[in-house]
Design a binder for this molecule. Sequence first.
Ligand SMILES: Cc1cc2nc3c(=O)[nH]c(=O)nc-3n(C[C@H](O)[C@H](O)[C@H](O)COP(=O)(O)OP(=O)(O)OC[C@H]3O[C@@H](n4cnc5c(N)ncnc54)[C@H](O)[C@@H]3O)c2cc1C
Length: 221
Amino acid sequence: MSNPVGATDRTKVRRAPSKTVNEREVVNAILDAGLVAHVACVVDGQPYVMPVGYARVDDKVIFHGSSASRLFKALAAGQPTCFTVTLLDGLVLARSAFESSMNYRCVIALGTCEVLEGTSKEQALLDITEHLLPGRTAHARVTAPQEDKATLMLALDLNEVSCKVSDKFPEEDPDDLVDIRYSNIWAGIVPMKEVFGEPIPDPLTVEKGIPTPDYVKTWER
Ligand SMILES: Cc1cc2nc3c(=O)[nH]c(=O)nc-3n(C[C@H](O)[C@H](O)[C@H](O)COP(=O)(O)OP(=O)(O)OC[C@H]3O[C@@H](n4cnc5c(N)ncnc54)[C@H](O)[C@@H]3O)c2cc1C
């Protein structure tokens, strides 16, 4: 096993600690399976949580946005953040509404971002594109200087991390399991997964008769 994730006082799971996962491999697999992270910043005392695309590279996550974005400017200036990735795996139906829940894999990382510049930024742009659109970097037009200037690239070290995984049948109120009425209620898990649909070419692609690239046809979740 590689180095476990660091549970500090701030990231030690206290509620439902049996769902805690400490293995770095599991954390990495969750981050590699996700496409969207929710990133927090506080502006004038008001917390905001923004969804962003991201990629994991070794022990960092990287994400990018407009140089004019409030979120990105605040984080580039050194504001601490909370970066969360959630994969929803199913709805968990207990016999009671109270015990019903969701199955999930979730990673939270705390820290302060580093601004990537120069060749690290160029590489990070390729890494994000390859994570979100595998195969596309070899095919798409490269980033122009003015596009590069308009983009802020941030990296967050995965040093202070927590991970919770919920993958069980529902916990039940013991009385419900023997109650003549409630024990006859259907209970279990309704699995959920993200899927890609059939690619839809845009009008110019149709007009030019451009075939769907093989790498797009292979995408699956
Ligand atoms: C899809 C989904 C739906 C959920 N729905 C609910 C809900 O409806 N009600 C509810 O009470 N809870 C829900 N949870 C669980 C919720 O995320 C928290 O774990 C829970 O509310 C306890 O929060 P806390 O701050 O009291 O936990 P604490 O255990 O006190 O948190 C301490 C530290 O543990 C870590 N931690 C806590 N939760 C998570 C997590 N989910 N993933 C990774 N690290 C974590 C963080 O680092 C946090 O700082 C849901 C989770 C997911 C992923």
